[in-house]
Structures are given as C-alpha cells and as structure tokens.
Design a protein around this ligand. Sequence first.
Ligand code: ACO
Length: 429
Amino acid sequence: MSDIAELKLNGQSYTLPVVEGSEHEKAIDISALRSQTGWITLDDGYGNTGSCQSSITFIDGEKGILRYRGIPIEELAEHSSFIEVAHLIITGKLPTSAELRHFSDLLTQNEMLHEDMKFHFEGFPSHGHPMAILSAMINASSCYYPALLTTDIRNRFDLHAARLLSQVRTIAAFSYRKSQGLPIIYPRPEYKYAANFLHMMFSHPTRDVELNPEAVRALDLIFLLHADHEQNCSTATVRMVASSGANLFASAAAGVCALWGPLHGGANQAVIEMLEQIHRDGDDGSRFITQAKDKASGRKLMGFGHRIYRNYDPRARIIKQRCDELLAKLKKSDPLLDIAKHLEAAALRDPYFIERKLYPNVDFYSGIIMRALGIPVSMFTVMFAIGRMPGWIANYREVLEDPNRRIYRPRQIYTGPTQTTYAPIRERQ
Ligand code: ACO
C-alpha cells in the first residue's frame, strides 16, 4: 500500500501521510492539511472522518463484525459476563480470577451513593425523564469526589472508574423508584451487578424481589452487548468533553445526554412505542412499512438502519435469539415480538430496505427483552447508558492518557452574511 496520498489543489501538489489500522482500515492523515494548503475538509455528520485512533473496539459494518479488544462479540456473549467485559474494555485485558475478584470488590465497595445525594433526587418532578435525572445525578456525583478534578484521577483511575460504573446503576434504580413514588432500595453487597440492579428496582423495604436467574442472565447480556461501539454519537461526545480536560463524571454525563436522542440510544424506547402503536392500530406492520418508506410521513422504521452496519447488526442477531429463549423460559408471550418479527421479515424483502442496506440494529429486539424483565419503557435508554459505561470510561481514559492530546475543535465553512454594519434600532425594518 502507498504510504502517502497525493492531493492536487489549484494546480499544486501536496502529499499527505496515510495511516493504516491493525485491521487494515486506511485513512488519509489530514492533520497538517490546513497549515499546508489553507483548506479544510467538510464532512457533514462525520461519515468519512476518523476523529481518533483507538484500540478498544473494532467494527466491520459491511461484514457485520464487532469485537471488543479483538474478541468477537458472539464469543463474549456466550462465555463472558458484563463485569468481565467491562474489565476487558477499560483495562485492555481479560481479568485473571484475582483481578476479577478485585474489580468486583471495588464495584461493591463503591456501590453506595453519598447519602446527601438523596436530597438531589427530591428536587426532580416524579414525571421527570430518567435520562435527565441520570445525567444530572452523574454530574452531581462528581461534587463528592474532589480528586476527580486533580491529577489524582490518573493515579487512581481504577477507583474512579469503579465508582462511576457501580453508581450509575444505583442512580438509575433510585431515579426509577423516585418516579414511582416508591422508597429507595439500597444495593446489597452479596448481589452481582445485574442482580443488584433488579433488586434495587423491584424489591420492597420489607420483602426482597425473587430474582429469576434467567432474567438476571438476560439483563447481564443486554449490558454486555451495549458495552462499547467505537465512535458513535455519545462516545464521540464523551471524548469531545474529555478533550477539554473535564472530569470523568462530567464527560459521562454528557454522553448520557447524547445517548438520549431517538436516533441513537433513545431508539430502544421509540421501537417499543412504534410496536405498541402498530398493535393498537390493528396493523400487522405492513401499513407502517409503507409509511416508513415515505419521507413525507416523518416516520422511520425505528430499530432499523445504522451509520456503520450495512449488514445485520451482530448484537441484534444475538438479542433476537435470546428473546425467544427468554420468553419461553419465563413462560411469557409478547404480541410485540410477533409484530417485530413480521416487520423485520417484510423489511428484509422490501427493495427500499434492501437497496439502502437497512437491517435491524441492537435496539430492534432489546426492548422486548426489557419488557419481559418488567423494565418500564421510560427506563430503556437508561439501561443502554448503564451498559455503555465501560466504553465511555475506556474512551475517556484513551483521551486522558494520550501524550499528544489536543482539545477537540472542528472547523466550519461559514455561510452567513459577509461583513455588514450595525444598524441603529430606529433604522431597522
Ligand atoms: N427507516 C426508513 N428509512 C431509513 C431508515 C429507517 N429506519 N434509516 C435510514 N433510512 C433511509 C434514509 O432516509 C436514507 O434514505 P435516502 O437515501 O432515500 O435519503 C437512507 O436510508 C440512508 O440513511 P441515512 O439517513 O443516510 O443513514 P444515517 O447513517 O445518517 O443514519 C440512523 C443512521 C440514524 C441509525 C438511521 O438509520 C435511523 O434513523 N434509524 C432509525 C433510528 C434507530 O434505530 N437508531 C438507532 C441506531 S443504533 C444506535 O444508535 C444504538
């Protein structure tokens, strides 16, 4: 492969270095383009822009491949757990037994919020969206750890990472309890990560919820499948905020805000709302598909399409299979699963979706599992945020430890008025 790219501009030639990743993805390094030529590149939506070099996650969207630190998602889904995967993503290696025990202990020791945090929850209206509460409370937590604002974060990154990873789950469960007017349930040190979350969501002060091992396993899988996904909107946001030197909790809180949107993590909530609407309308999905193909309708087939995948999202394949197994084991049926399968089959043979290479993404079936676990729809995107926390932490760490770190600061092409004069108010029309 050539190690330079040539660019011709106004009759002059420039050479630009080429960068190749470990999976042979290629990029033209334009970091000196403006200083050499006075030009910048323009890439609306960043579809062709590599914003960093990262060693965390590899995706081949054409082939439908996803690997965390080199390990295929299918292998991790079958053999691993969310906490082991979190260790893999954050530290770069699968833990030994001793390392896993240490990491789990650190999570347990840091699962409690500062008791004063309870007063912050009081300030939110009961109908407040849990994503708003989650981002606000993650940011507020940083007030209790002044070391986050100092260089100590580098020395004790494992501790701060464990605090965030453990407490995001506590905050999420507390915000749900608050939204229901229910008393807060504290975490229990004897429970593992996903079980503890279900305990805090559904136990009563006088009676613990009975935890179904299948439900716990399914939730753990949901978290694992969401653990990282390279430079998506929320992770890129975390890196952007981190690049300014903002602390880990503030950067993660920004990630939660970016994730909330229905074109990103909010799609899992939008999918269920879409399926419920189809169900209420007595449609088998066919009418909805027709609308989704018509841009004027303002509708999209939620849970379909992806910026990177031009193939079946491997996470969707795993979740779809687990959906069937879980419902069978819990002896539940869900008419929304039948509608989802019908929609998928209809879309996958429709030329509109085939030509645009639109396939189910991770959000298409995840909501059906979460419904079966009793998670309310308004909490779906929160579940995504909990799962994505290892990826945000690992990406934050890459920015923090980059010896060549610069603040992220894109440029623009200005299209507003050229220089004009200030008109006094009486002369304005
Ligand atoms: N339903 C109908 N048409 C769609 C859909 C969809 N779900 N997704 C894309 N298209 C169409 C677009 O209108 C466009 O059509 P055109 O070529 O005639 O103009 C074409 O397919 C290409 O789509 P883009 O908009 O260029 O895709 P982009 O990469 O910008 O957006 C996105 C990707 C946001 C995921 C989009 O597919 C979408 O909105 N999907 C529904 C929301 C969703 O499920 N989001 C979750 C994504 S996964 C995640 O964030 C965890």
